[in-house]
Design a protein around this ligand. Sequence first.
Ligand code: SF4
Length: 407
Amino acid sequence: MDFDRSFDRKPTKQIMVGDVPVGGGAPITVQSMTITKTADHEATLQQIYALAGAGADIVRCTCNKPEAAEGLARIVPRSPVPIVADIHNNHRMALAALDAGVHCLRLNPGNITDPTKIKTIAKEAKDRNVPIRIGVNGGSLDSSLYDEDKGVTPEAMVESALREISYFDEVGFDLVKISVKASSVPLMIEAYRQLSEVTDYPLHLGVTEAGPPPAGTIKATAGIATLLAEGIGDTIRYSLTADPVLEAKAGRTLLESLGLRERKNVDLIACPSCGRAEIDVYKVAEDAMNAFEDREIPLQVAVMGCVVNGPGEARDADLGIAAGNKRGHLFVKGVNVAVVPEDEMVDQLLEWAIFLHEEGVEATMARAESTRDAARKAAEEDRARNLDERGDDANASETAIDLIRKR
Ligand code: SF4
């Protein structure tokens, strides 16, 4: 079976959020939201640039008062990515955001409930070719849909979205994407599954109010990844109680891990360490992560604690380093290429990664021609020494198993 194959995706209509396509087979996009006051347009733009740099394709800003709409008028022309205006209960703010030139609106059907006002917004959005996200939220569901016995149900969330669509239909507006978020992962999964059965509008996935990382990141991933693996979802947002840059990074990492977006940054793999490790693997891995963080080097890089199993276990990585006897053994595509001092391991890893990325495998192997044989020999020596000193059973598990079996 081909495990590089991406997941089949449920066909949806395509809309354009500015110049970014959403749905209809377009690459799944990452969204995040600014936490600055939108009226403070310089601070907001700074955050938008940081989010775009971290992998956000689309950014949402609140438009909760006239000053925020004025901020949007200044932000939109200078933003590197399309801007979505988040509207709360005042429909006039939606109209003001359209005047500001935003690329999309987000309406919560639980907040603006008057059909006349909803239709007015849809008509104006239609005239300007601006899409709207129907953003149903389990925590702010229209009270008429709340079930006294069962509380918020997936059916009620889907019904809320369909009701909003019916208002849009009345004015011939169909530039729509939909979300049915909840803070409960099973509830949001079921709501999206049901919604995807009854509509082919593109879907925006998220677990709302997921909380601070790491628990929040895990909750959001559980919900979003489950749906993506079923082919549901066209755009995603992590709602974390943290710097929104982390949201954008998490979204990007998830899509890259699932093979749904091309890798932009390094994919760092590292061994979990064990009794055989010759370095502090956690620290070296963290230092490597920091060194690679802001560089667009789409390679898989390995940090391995020893040279006994390291190069073999990381054979599929583009390059990596394995520790041995106060030195690092650098390998490219499983071939030892150089030996470096322990305190230069991360710097050398970065330097070789840049070279490999810019010049390719052939040039890298040619660069290593004079050091390759000595590097392989040194790695073999350190491997033999480690096995000699720590034995085949560095964690003593086999010894313990022998004892158990003798009882
Ligand atoms: S055997 Fe070596 S590479 Fe594997 S976990 Fe232990 S230290 Fe890391």
